[in-house]
Design a protein around this ligand. Structure first.
Ligand code: CA
Length: 149
């Protein structure tokens, strides 16, 4: 697949429920965010390992590989170790939120959620998202700081 030349942010939506996946993608698109979609955890991890995204929307309950395991795997070793992850879940217990955040998710949204809330969280996470390729840039900045005294 050819690398996208656009400067629009790119999100990965990992969700097995087609209506929610479609809804999230639709509204991300309306906010000028390009989306890639995966309908199970295995495919989601495959994409996360090979392509860098600006945001990952991740459902907790997924076939193949569940959202928590997937989140940990993305944080451990992938092109998206620092990419903001918004986790979607049907569970409401506080302990589950803690587990979600401990797994490396940046934010948490309980289904059913409103589109306004989804998009507010997406915007907040995108503001935090490091620009793609920022690791190399950070190294450059560090060496500049080190040499420009
Ligand atoms: Ca699900």
């Amino acid at each position: 697949m050819a690398e996208s030349r656009t400067l629009r942010p790119v999100a990965l939506v990992i969700e097995d429920e087609a209506n929610i996946r479609g809804l999230v993608s639709l509204h991300l698109g309306l906010a000028e965010v390009d989306t890639w979609e995966a309908r199970d955890g295995t495919r989601g991890l495959e994409l996360a390992r090979t392509k860098q995204f600006d945001l990952i929307v991740l459902d907790l309950m997924l076939p193949g590989l569940d959202g928590l395991s997937l989140c940990r795997a993305i944080r451990l070793d992938s092109a998206n170790m620092d990419t903001p992850i918004l986790m979607l879940t049907a569970r409401q217990e506080e302990s589950d939120k803690v587990v979600g955040l401990d797994s490396g998710a940046d934010d948490y949204l309980t289904k059913p959620f409103g589109i306004q809330e989804l998009m507010a969280r997406v915007r907040a996470l995108l503001r935090r998202s490091p620009p793609r390729g920022s690791e190399r840039r950070d190294e450059g900045v560090k060496s500049m700081v080190a040499t420009s005294k």
